[in-house]
Write a protein that binds this ligand. Structure first.
Ligand SMILES: [Zn+2]
Length: 150
């Protein structure tokens, strides 16, 4: 993964935190990163309003401006579940044979097990601009597209 895509991938974690806080979207269905373009698909029950989307974008960019720490650590799976519950998981399952997890945490914002690379501060991500979202009613999935500026 290039540094550019490491930034974009880290931006997905920042955006997820914003989508969870503003919309209450808890579950990630899928993630896609290509260059400075990213897409976060979350489970959601409707198309958000323009105002809500603006608030998601603002919250994500405020977290970038804050330069919050991005912490990576490893933990035994059962211990991690005890501490963090299902907050560390996405809709796509991790095989039961995996007993140790790599966890990525932006304190008070987002926690997820993840094996990708991340920049160590949200300040290194750069500003995000959200595009038009797509809502798939049949799957109850909301696709949040974004581009990194600069
Ligand atoms: Zn990650």
């Amino acid at each position: 993964m290039s540094l550019e895509e490491t930034r974009t991938h880290t931006a997905v974690h920042v955006l997820k935190g914003a989508a969870q806080k503003v919309l209450g979207a808890k579950w990630t269905a899928s993630v896609h990163v290509s260059g400075t373009h990213g897409r976060l698909t979350v489970q959601f029950d409707r198309k958000p309003s323009a105002d809500e989307l603006e608030r998601v974008e603002e919250a994500a960019n405020a977290k970038v401006a804050e330069g919050a720490e991005v912490v990576e650590f490893e933990m035994d799976r059962d211990e991690a579940e005890m501490h963090f519950g299902d907050a560390i998981y996405d809709l796509f399952p991790i095989p039961p044979t995996v007993t140790r997890l790599r966890i990525v945490r932006i304190p008070d914002w987002n926690i997820n097990c993840c094996v990708e690379n991340h920049v160590d501060s949200t300040g290194l991500v750069g500003r995000m601009r959200l595009g038009q979202p797509r809502f798939r009613n049949s799957k109850k999935e909301l696709e949040l597209e974004f581009d990194l500026e600069g």
